[in-house]
Design a protein around this ligand. Structure first.
Ligand code: HEM
Length: 478
């Protein structure tokens, strides 16, 4: 008996390492799918589809061919494409130490911003940004926002018969965010920054070749000039806050400067303030300008949608004295307008795809996502899933007044989980305030039949969306 026990013990002991090795070796397979041509993979084909605004179809084809999880190669990186509400939940909520953001913005020259950091570093920066972009703080900014919008309309819309909506919305949202983030009022310095940021953004997607006359090189130069201006600004704001008693909430930079650790040291270094202010400028203006441009197109193509929004806004306008600024309470009343904006975001989300990078081997859906591979998902895929949003191609803002909302992580225009857009409230108040003034002051129709857009990767209207505008008789501004 003892002999049998001895041998059993010995065999188990000898087999233990084999068992552990087998347990540690990933048993799962890579998902189906072709990796395409070396280096190029499927990048050109996807970019071509995005340019033609058929990116959704491109992803649907993949799903038809390989199912909701497939492998491919994008932008020189082996990648796993994921589709579905559960996949969205996985990607947005996976531990940041396993699945990190895959963003390395060389031309913006920043490494310390919210979108490059993961784990605890990301949490620390994010908490600071969220504390500035929360409703209680934004409430104090509504008067300034209102004034910026009226000035924009007086300068660029009133007295004109035709305007190009795409570029104008960009000018508006850039100026608004410039005053919110940097606290820079209208004038030469703001105009210089606008130009420099345009150069910087153009380089974010440029081929990273740093030779004279390349876009990438111009972008790097713009980045250096922005740094010099913003560092001066940080010094000015520090003096205004520490010696002249400026309010910490007057702009993002002052807010970040005012934050102190328990030992009274600064929460963020000047370089971290610079990098994050730059990223918020980039992330915060293009997206909202695209939403506003799509809404203007929608109102032109669907008079009944325009009428319903206009009715809600006229009622608010009637409750106010001439020239009175919008208030937080006015914005809260704009429920139908926000449902229309949400439905616009469902059908045409400004952010097309999101990317992450696996920092370790991860198992998902019966497959392995190897360390170093990219995870990619397209936001519109669940937005246009008929099992979640019935008759998905129909524009129907009522979807957003349902008692039972769509399942979590299926409407993801603002992302989800630990990286959900911290600018949501700001984008909302800016959109509502601008739509208020647009529909109470103007009617419009499209100037040309071509209202198509391509994705680069943000949507860009091929003709800039020119419209013919007529002032409304009741317009308070006239
Ligand atoms: C309609 C307008 C907007 C849309 C549709 C939008 C969409 C998004 C989406 C989808 C993400 C998540 C990306 C991902 O997880 O990969 C995101 C993140 C972010 N957004 Fe927005 N955004 C909008 C406006 C804004 C505004 C106004 C600001 C700033 C004031 C802003 C600042 C940011 C920042 C800093 C992040 C990164 C958050 C992090 O990594 O933790 N966004 N946005």
């Amino acid at each position: 008996m003892e002999f049998v026990m001895y041998w059993t013990f010995l065999v188990v002991l000898l087999l233990l390492p084999v068992f552990f090795l087998r347990a540690r070796r990933p048993t799962k397979q890579l998902p189906p799918g072709s990796m395409g041509l070396p280096v190029i993979g499927q990048s050109l084909s996807l970019l071509k589809a995005m340019r033609a605004n058929t990116g959704d179809e491109w992803f649907k084809d993949r799903i038809r061919k390989y199912g909701p999880i497939s492998k491919l190669s994008l932008f020189g990186t082996p990648s796993i494409f994921l589709h579905g509400q559960a996949a969205n939940k996985f990607s947005y909520t996976c531990d940041g130490n396993k699945l990190a953001n895959n963003y390395q913005n060389q031309s913006a020259g920043s490494l310390r911003s919210i979108i490059e950091l993961s784990g605890e570093d990301h949490k620390r920066i994010r908490a600071v940004l969220v504390s500035f972009l929360k409703p209680e703080v934004l409430k104090q900014y509504i008067g300034k926002l209102d004034e910026e919008i009226r000035h924009h309309l007086d300068t660029h819309w009133h007295g004109k018969q035709e305007v190009k909506v795409g570029p104008l919305m960009k000018t508006l949202t850039f100026n608004v965010i410039c005053s919110l983030i940097f606290g820079i009022e209208r004038g030469e310095r703001r105009d210089i920054l606008v130009g420099l940021f345009q150069e910087l953004i153009a380089g974010v997607l440029a081929v990273p070749v740093n030779l004279p006359f390349t876009q990438f090189n111009r972008s790097l130069q713009a980045s250096a000039k922005i740094k010099a201006i913003v560092m001066d600004l940080i010094r000015e704001k520090r003096v205004a806050f520490e010696q002249q008693g400026a309010s910490p909430h007057q702009d993002l930079i002052t807010c970040l400067l005012s934050m102190r650790n328990e030992d009274n040291s600064s929460v963020l270094s000047d370089e971290e303030i610079l990098d994050n202010a730059k990223i918020v400028m980039i992330a915060g203006h293009d997206t909202t300008s695209i939403l506003l441009t799509f809404m203007v197109r929608l109102f032109a193509n669907n008079p009944s949608v325009y009428e319903a929004v206009s009715q809600e806004q006229e009622e608010i306008a009637r409750s106010k004295a001439a020239g009175e600024l919008l208030t937080w309470d006015d914005l809260i009343k704009m429920k139908h307008t926000w449902r229309v904006a949400s439905e616009t975001l469902r059908m045409t989300p400004p952010v097309f795809c999101s990317f992450r990078r696996a920092l370790t081997d991860i198992e998902y859906g019966g497959y392995i996502i190897p360390k170093g591979w990219q995870v990619v998902w397209a936001l519109s895929m669940t937005h246009m899933d008929e099992t979640i949003f019935p008759d998905p191609s129909k524009f129907d803002p009522k979807r957003f007044e349902q008692q039972v909302p769509a399942p979590p992580y299926s409407f993801v225009a603002f992302g989800g989980g630990q990286r959900i857009c911290p600018g949501y409230e700001f984008a909302k108040i800016e959109t509502l305030a601008m739509v208020h003034y647009l529909v109470t002051r103007f009617k419009w129709k499209l100037s040309c039949k071509d209202d198509s857009f391509s994705r680069e990767p943000m949507p860009v209207f091929n003709q800039g969306l020119p419209i013919q505008i007529t002032p409304k008789k009741s317009s308070g501004a006239l």
